[in-house]
Design a protein around this ligand. Sequence first.
Ligand code: NAP
Length: 526
Amino acid sequence: MTLMISRMAARPFKLLSHLSSMHAPTPLLARQISMDAKGFASRLVSAGLLRNQGLIGGKWSDAYDGNTIKVHNPATGDVITTVPCMGLNETNDAISAAYNAFSSWSKVTAAERSKCLRKWYDLLISHKEELGQLITLEQGKPLQEAMGEVTYGAGFIEFFAEEAKRVYGDIIPSPLADRRMLVLKQPVGVVGAITPWNFPLAMITRKVGPALACGCTVVIKPSELTPLTALAAAELAVQAGIPPGVVNVVMGNASAIGDALLASPQVRKITFTGSTAVGKKLMAGAAGTVKKISLELGGNAPCIVFDDADLDVAVKGTLGAKFRNTGQTCVCANRIIVQEGIYEKFVDAFSKAVQKLQVGHGFSEGVVQGPLINEAAVQKVESFVKDATSKGAKVVLGAKRHSLGMTFYEPTVLSDVKSDMLIAREEVFGPVAPVLRFKTEDEALRMANDTNAGLAAYIFTNNVQRSWRVAEAEYGLVGVNEGLISTEVAPFGGVKQSGLGREGSKYGMDEYLEVKYVCLGNMSSN
Ligand code: NAP
């Protein structure tokens, strides 16, 4: 099988210039921000990385009925471009393409698959700046952070390029003299990969890297809010020589695409990152054809600061854990639980650090807090803050929309938050740090575990025994004296209603493999 694909002629890219602002910032600033963003968009067009069609069987494709959806810049409300609004028919064709490609891709040697992935990694890294700009443009995170996501996201492709060569089976010592017993690991087949908007690149590569390494083929459905990064990554996969049909991308009508993936017996695995509500629907839907499923769902991360913590380490760690991506990550500290002896000192030092966070357009120098993804996200934050303050929480900092307008919200610290407030029960998914108080280690553990979520938790303490005890709380990931813990080399995933399965690391491969037992009988006769 040839590993080269011809680059298909694409529809000329159309950059839409009209504004559809939801909340206008001050006119001068709005014009400046829009001009900057348009400059970056034009550069992306020249680099061939602003794709606005889906990818089915190696061909760039519009929706069959011609329908489109607009992709907005969350910082300005400008429409960046449109992408196809695809549904059932396009998804079924993408599944067929992936199914056909599976028969050859799964037979390609692991070494060859590894080489293709390595080439894809090299291309992602050599386009780090443009991909970072694209992420900032459609998702809003500051450029430095966006480029960090490219390094992180590409890291999964590099890591799994290496793991591709290490899919070992076993030989089991047979209990019967005339038999030999083998365990083979084989790719599951076609994978449907549904991803969210908050990490438009990394949530895709964390799934597609191991899937391709194992010999699976994929149909990716990125969020309609951030499809452009997925399409640029797919363009680079094509350039890397990954054969037609191995990577397909459809976007548009989420439930129609999801239903098509669930209904098809050719799709053998669904891997999903997103909200717990949608994850539960997919899990129920996967039962119809008994598919394998992995779910990376929402969190409600506790960040526990003990009296014996190093204050500077705790402030720095909590700041990173809370405000990364403007508070829009599943592992963001959602409840900062602080022991009474250090409570006032912590709130004071933490608020001073939060006050220094520069808010603005992601392309501006020095900005570390971008906009929220859309108006609905801001309204959710507002409703959580209102609920907390109406029940007695105190505003230490912020608690209102930022003067930049649009979807910018001020970095916020609330003290005297209680466990029954909405903000402590559910993910706020925004730049709001609610600080709760506790007396004893047992109470902290009870508070930490009092949730259906179980993704990330953070502990700040200088007591070694305590860090071991508390790290045994009901969470899939624990940072001890560290707020940024995600990496491609470690297993990522949740317990309880935060999900099923693990992504990243050698364990991430298991999600895309079937374990097969082969028994060779009649071995004693010749
Ligand atoms: P979401 O609303 O669940 O969307 C995630 C993806 O599912 C999007 O591509 C969405 O498409 C699609 N989708 C929505 N309804 C669907 C349906 N009926 N069938 C098939 N697909 C459907 O979540 P989100 O708001 O994008 O992301 C935020 C959530 O993701 C948070 O809860 C966060 O904690 C979680 N998250 C978890 C992890 C983790 O690793 N555990 C990582 C990142 C984020 P459209 O966008 O096109 O509607």
